[in-house]
Design a protein. Sequence first.
Length: 736
Amino acid sequence: MKKIFLLLALTMAVRATADTPLYLDPTADLEARVEDALSRMTFNEKVAMCHAQSKFSAPGVARLGIPDLWMSDGPHGVRAEISWDSWKYAGHTNDSVTAFPALTALAATWNPALAEEYGEALAEEALYRGKDVILGPGVNIYRTPLNGRNFEYMGEDPFLAGEMVVPYIKGMQRNGVAACVKHFALNNQEKWRDHIDVRLSDRALREIYLPAFRRAVIDGGAWSVMGAYNKVRGQHACHNEMLINNILKGEWGFDGVVITDWGGAHDTREAALNGLDLEMGTFTNGLTSESAFTTDDYYLADPYKKLLRSGEVAPSTLDDKVRRLLRLNFRTAMRRDKPFGSLCSEKHYDVAERVSNEAIVLLKNDTLASGTTLLPLDPGQGRRILVVGENATRNLMKGGGSSELKPKDIVTPLDGLRDIYSDNIRFTQGYASGRPMYGHSETIAESVTDSLRHIAVDMAREADVVIFVGGLNKNHGQDCEGGDREEYGLPFGQPELIEALAEVNPNLIVTLLSGNAVGMEWADKVPAILQAWYLGSMAGNSIGSVISGSVNPSGKLPFSFPVNLEDNSAHHFGQLSYPGDSITQDYADDILVGYRWHDTKGIPARYPFGYGMSYTTFRLDATPANVTMSGNDKTEIKVKVTNTGKRAGSDTLQLYVAPDPANTSLERPVKELKAFRKVWLEPGATTEVTFAVTPDMFACYDPDSNGFVAFPGQYEILIGTSSTNFPISETISYRQ
Ligand code: GLC
């Protein structure tokens, strides 16, 4: 009897498999499924799959039961539903989400484990909203403080960006949501972004602007990459032979899908031959404005069919695109074991809040004449606190461009401070900035600015402590896509307001919410300064927790804060370096970007890369051991870290390599970040951190050999808690 049942079960299983086409069998080999599906598709179905059917979806194959592919912005949360074929929002009422902190904030945590939780939580929100691809993360390098989209990226150092983007991608893709790493590549400004032709050296390309993308693809396993709008060395990035065919798909072995930025395709032949797989958002009349919505006019639609039918481009170009699109579909839309996902769960708010807690950077906390510091501000003292500043109440998730979000819950800084200091809090707006808009911004009458400032100053006289909450916002010309900032200083009359407040009340705490460095000529008049980013739904909880001391700040700057704009590398070489001459741009600062520039040229930043204070203090100890390494040896450096203060807290040990200039005739930055570790310690506790030092840390790109070379010679290993403070240094002699 048992045998009969077994035979019956086996027969049914075989029949099921026999009836189920291979491509639909989730247990079958992925590549076999791809080939099976490809073999069943018609010519028209294949071409249709290579371009949009709506603003944010691309077609599957209905006849074969292969679902459409749904994409959504953005890197910090799932964007509200957009209409089928226009940029207008669809007006849904079930698409409010968790707004996670901006990626500069995530980078400021220097905590890769948090990045993984962030990616996983964001993917769960994407799954619930039925999205297969999240259009993020962005890892374009922070080259100028004027770039309107720096808040969406992970700072000025490719190693930090790489270390943080890999876990974000793994956390996201684990449950079947594709990351789409953007914008590949050299989209380091918004001015003339859709056509500026970036020229740069191979060393700058390989050492600064590509490494984070390379990590995302090779170590993160990103399933899609978004081409940038700009040109690189004369060819649009979305169909750039060097970037896509040679480097991304050739050298790096990328097996996923290259998606245009929306409207980033400009040429059918290049799109066919240079590795573009999915065309989205093209202005269908092929000119610069959107015609009636006909995707047949897309470059990879009828014009592509024409080239294929004429034999001008080989059918293999089409099959390669479709294989990649099917692979992406099987990894996402067609994946059967995906979780259902969730929106605005306690877990997601917890992740968002832990990221924002660890992101806030304490820049300044001077000891006052009283011998104490203003921060942390003990709620038990019952001091009268005036909160000044529009950013204390403004919804900073609105505006900014495609990363805009419709959060279900927002704890504003004022909410967070009121939760802790309750009736001791008074508020006044202090300044006005107008509405977030694109392409232009509101002019605020001077009379409004003056009157708001006078009210604030009058109220500040009566307060024991003043907390100013300002910075930038998501208006056009601020931290916003589609345009760059016009000035380095704080806008909307904030500098004058800060100075006027400091004049009448020395107990002034300035909290800046921004995604960019700003001019801080007023800093010497302010005893306490926090850099608090765009922190998303739980912003106020974190700002309140850090100001009151229930959270000990541990953020470190992911980019330098120059004293003056001209101190920044991009602004040192005239207009062609930034913003370019409207046609071409020359990255004359080459490999010296950010702290690499400041420290190599001896132009100190006001606040350096990797800098951030704590409410406690730490001591680093190591027994210096000058070491000789050769070949592929590796060595270890052990560092003891002790919390020498009275509060538990975290610090991030950073390891930089400083090559002896005699090692090679190639110019080298005086130091480069090559490792870091964040540690948490109770007061008085000690832990030991072990850094592995490997030869690849010594390497730089050698144009003569077209590869990275670790030249023999002396290397200083500098270990500290910012890019300018190294209590530990060791010399390593390296022999090839
Ligand atoms: C935008 C952005 C890109 C975004 C896309 C879709 O122009 O550059 O980051 O994902 O279009 O909104």
